[in-house]
Design a protein around this ligand. Structure first.
Ligand SMILES: Cc1ncc(COP(=O)(O)O)c(C=O)c1O
Length: 444
């Protein structure tokens, strides 16, 4: 046996937690089977990538600093090349983007530009976790990045039933009451109202309003995560974000440019306009407190990356709806293709079922057997198709009879091939489970 210097049990408990292993595990499976069709990856479509536009975006942002903001050449260079403002340098353009695309009026000072949405999650959860009685509520199934970030700050996550409406409000109220009755403090509830990852479900307008009312009645914050809102299916309308409907500062809003501009820039943001009373008697936005945490985690988000995003925003008058016309069409086409392909391969009323999301990247397929990591390996090795076990999005150890398919990084031809292979796997597995009781739960 190799000599060891440290036991993992001597490190923070999060490093040995399944939530933190999930992304690595899925990446490793994908790397191990490079020829498999991946209906697993939630990455954006690469056909539209073009590194030549990076220079155009950088130039556009430099011109903006000089011409629109009146910076001297030395100040422009300093802004791009030096350590910078902790809350970011494209906050004003993000505020404009939210006004243009979401009809949302936001004070730029309430925005912190982060290293991806992932850092925004971490900052918010770090700030909210004030003591051992604090817990986070989150709609289940939940994005694994949120669960992992909560583990890093020792914030327990309590699941709230999601269901076909996006969130079961009776269960949310129940969880809030039960948590408080136990002497604990529910600090916030994490929700993805638009085409959630992994469920694909979205909340309708009435449900959004009811959720905001409940949050006000129960004195609860909502953390709204919205990376997929710009991608409704062809015939679907976009709906207002919770934040756009929020008149009581109940919503902390998380944004990501990974799907709407490019993931390699690693730029996201948080809108945190909640008023915080400081110990010195001053009052300012929660964003200022998050910035203090950020200053000790990443200091500031790379100004070069921010400039690329800023230039991309400027290229379309700050409208990402306008910037993503091709992308929206491709994702909508793929979603339709996947759902139609499932219908052709599995009979209606049979044991294999799926939801038909109104947009986004993901579809959940329910099957008559438990789906685990071992099955994913068998699928990759024996059938050449990758997908994500839904168990990754629930509390560790809960078997789930479902898998997540993603349409974002594939062509229609790859979808056809992947579905043929998936159908072969499901037929084989179903034959193996005929007559056996299936006790795992179904999702979503
Ligand atoms: C729901 C959700 N939130 C956040 C993210 C991460 O965003 P970013 O790449 O900006 O960190 C993802 C990425 O897949 C996601 O699905």
């Amino acid at each position: 046996m190799e000599p060891v210097d440290l036991a993992v049990t001597a490190l923070h408990a999060s490093v040995d937690d399944p939530a933190l292993n999930s992304m690595n595990f899925l990446n490793e499976v994908a790397q191990h089977y490079p020829d498999a069709v991946s209906l697993a990856a939630g990455r954006p479509y690469e056909e539209f990538f073009d590194s030549a536009v990076l220079h155009e975006h950088l130039d556009a942002f430099r011109r903006h600093l000089a011409d629109d903001l009146g910076l001297s050449p030395a100040q422009v260079d300093r802004t791009l090349l030096q350590y910078g403002r902790t809350k970011g340098i494209v906050h004003h353009l993000i505020a404009r983007n939210l006004a243009v695309d979401e009809q949302l009026t936001v004070d730029p000072e309430a925005i912190v530009v982060t290293v991806g949405c992932q850092e925004a999650m971490f900052l918010v959860l770090r700030a909210l976790r004030a003591g051992p009685r604090d817990v986070l509520l989150a709609v289940a199934p939940t994005y694994v990045g949120l669960t992992g970030a909560a583990r890093l700050v020792d914030l327990p996550v309590r699941p709230v039933t999601g269901g076909p409406d996006g969130i079961d409000l009776a269960d949310l109220r129940d969880q809030v009451h039960r948590t408080r009755a136990e002497g604990l403090r529910p600090r916030a509830c994490y929700v993805m109202p638009d085409f959630a990852n992994p469920s694909g479900v979205r909340m309708d307008l009435a449900q959004r309003r009811r959720l905001l009312d409940l949050a006000a009645e129960e004195d609860l914050l909502l953390i709204e995560d919205n990376p997929y809102g710009l991608f409704p299916a062809a015939d679907a309308e976009r709906l207002p974000t919770l934040k756009a409907l929020d008149t009581r500062r109940r919503v902390v809003y998380l944004g990501s440019f990974a799907k709407t501009v490019l993931p390699g820039a690693r730029v996201g943001y948080v809108v945190a306009d909640q008023r915080v009373a400081g110990s010195d008697g001053t009052v300012g936005p929660l964003a200022d407190q998050l910035a203090k945490i950020k200053s000790m985690v990443t200091v500031n988000t790379s100004p070069i990356s921010q400039a690329v995003i800023g230039g991309a925003l400027l290229a379309h008058d700050c409208s990402l709806v306008a910037a993503n016309v091709r992308e929206r069409a491709a994702y909508a086409r793929n979603l339709r293709h996947l759902v139609d392909g499932l219908a052709r391969r599995f009979p209606a009323g049979g044991p294999v079922r799926w939801n038909v999301p109104a947009g986004g990247f993901f579809v959940v397929v329910t099957v008559p057997f438990a789906v685990d990591d071992a099955l994913l390996h068998r699928s990759a090795r024996g059938y050449g198709v990758l997908w994500t076990p839904m168990a990754h999005f629930y509390d560790a150890g809960t078997p789930v009879n479902a898998l997540r398919l993603s349409v974002s990084a594939v062509t229609p031809e790859q979808i056809d091939l992947g579905l043929d292979r998936l159908a072969a796997l499901i037929t084989e597995e179903s034959a193996g489970t005929v007559g056996t009781a299936v006790s795992a739960r179904t999702a979503p």
